[in-house]
Ligand binder design. Structure first.
Ligand code: PMP
Length: 392
């Protein structure tokens, strides 16, 4: 009887690996969650870059409850005027460059990627799509076609045709972008590759090449957006504007929500020939939009991304105290603590979990700890992390 729920978890839930953590969660608040036995875990990954305002934020919960009392799902996306969607779209656009003024709501990051790829092909009337080595953009067929990892992809071939990969941060590869290219999809900081950062000069050259060849630049900010890197959006670090911006993860304030955002003149091609060329039943669900709006207000007043930079620097100093760390790659509160050795990383993860510090590794970089805590990290949290890590 005692382990009934665990048995049922293994019996009835499809498993993504043979080694799930299988911690039975009771509740979560602030930067902590608690298991059934009352053990308190300090969450250093925020549901993988999702819960930027921490867990169970009362204002987000209040917004969800308020919307639940009004209406939940009414009609497929795009037909009825639903206030949470409209308010959220207006709010987000007010923080974006003028050319990013039309928001298409979907349910997840992968769906935002798929929608953007369709949009780019349709708008440019070209077929070729370019992505980076070690890129990760999601697990649907379209998004997986843009993954820069052949081992991961090969089992699922055939994927999208007319795709090409180039090396991240290498200027000479930009010559691969030509008049045949519909779009290049980029993570401005590569997440699953283990936090890989390129220079502003590189991004500006890439943008110039896109302009010269009329190739659309799709910025996947599903992981880097919403203040994670020390700016509201990572493209602000590099002084470039993408043609299509992708949001997901933290965007929904803990609820499932994604979006692709572009200029109305680009977005309009999905409206005609064929009409209803891209549709979704649940995209922009009103309860998710209400949560996202509350979350957006919380991260913009005050500017939480400033704390991401401040606390990020302090946290990095603490994390250097973990034995055998060889390198830390960091931008804001997005960090890879690299041991340059997989076994050491896995031992450290286990050791940290015993101390109640919850972290993870990266899909394409299993020698490094993933660090992406909520952006609300303060001195008290930092002291707690420090004492847990150094406790014998
Ligand atoms: N793009 C990036 C950069 C991501 O990190 C992820 C998720 N890790 C995705 C897309 C896919 O998002 P989702 O899991 O919501 O489909």
């Amino acid at each position: 009887m005692k382990h009934r729920i665990k048995d049922l978890f293994y019996k009835h839930l499809a498993q993504t690996s043979d080694t799930p953590l299988a911690i039975e969660v009771e509740r979560a608040e602030d930067i902590y969650f608690f298991d059934k036995n009352g053990k308190k875990y300090l969450d250093l990954i925020a549901g993988i870059a999702v819960c930027n305002m921490g867990h169970s934020h009362p204002e987000i919960i209040h917004a969800v409850k308020k919307q639940l009392d009004k209406y939940m799902h009414l009609m497929v996306y795009g037909e009825l005027i639903q206030q949470p969607q409209v308010e959220l779209a207006e709010m987000i656009c007010s923080f974006l460059p003028e050319s990013l003024n039309s928001v298409f709501f979907v349910n997840s990051g992968s769906e935002a990627v798929d929608g953007a790829l369709k949009l780019a092909k349709r708008y440019t009337e070209r077929k070729e799509l370019i992505y980076f080595e070690k890129a990760y953009h999601g697990s649907t067929h379209g998004a997986l076609s843009m993954a820069g990892n052949d081992t991961y992809k090969n089992a699922f071939q055939p994927l999208l045709p007319d795709t090409k990969t180039i090396r991240f941060g290498i200027e000479e590869d930009l010559l691969q972008i030509t008049e045949k290219t519909a779009a290049i999809i980029v993570e401005l900081v590569q997440g699953e590759a283990g936090v890989r950062i390129a220079s502003a000069a590189y991004w500006q050259k890439l943008k110039k090449k896109c302009e010269e060849t009329k190739t659309l630049l799709i910025a996947d900010e599903i992981q880097t957006g919403m203040g994670r890197t020390g700016k509201l959006f990572a493209f602000e670090h590099y002084h470039i504007t993408p043609d299509i911006l992708l949001l997901g993860k933290a965007f929904g304030g803990g609820m499932p929500l994604g979006a692709f955002i572009a200029d109305k003149k680009i977005m309009n091609v999905l409206t005609h020939n064929p009409v209803l060329g891209h549709i979704t039943t649940f995209g922009g669900h009103p309860v998710c939009c209400a949560a996202a709006l509350a979350h957006f207000k919380l991260i913009t007043e005050p500017k939480m991304w400033k704390n991401a930079e401040l606390s990020g620097e302090k946290l990095e100093r603490i994390l250097w105290n973990i034995p055998f760390v060889k390198e830390i790659r960091r931008i804001g509160l997005m960090m890879a603590v690299d041991f340059c050795d997989t076994q050491t990383n896995f031992h450290t993860l286990k050791y940290l979990l015993e101390k109640g510090v919850f972290s993870d590794w990266f899909l394409w970089c299993d020698s490094a700890l993933r660090i992406a805590p909520p952006l609300i990290l303060d001195e008290e949290h930092l002291n707690d992390i420090d004492s847990r890590i150094s406790a014998k």
